[in-house]
Ligand binder design. Structure first.
Ligand code: ZN
Length: 50
């Protein structure tokens, strides 16, 4: 697992950003919906623990 630049989903209803490539939730975001940056969102709880 490794830290990666912050990214989030551009889909409506997105409330969190991710910054770890081992996060299953982050990995579930399809490439076409993936946007870099935090988007002003809160950090994913799962990523916080990784
Ligand atoms: Zn995450």
């Amino acid at each position: 697992m490794a830290k990666v630049p912050a990214f989030h989903s551009k889909l409506p209803g997105t409330t969190k950003y991710h910054d770890n490539n081992a996060c299953t939730e982050g990995n579930n975001i399809e490439a076409k919906n993936r946007v870099s940056g935090t988007g002003g969102l809160n950090k994913c709880d799962h990523c916080k623990r990784l």
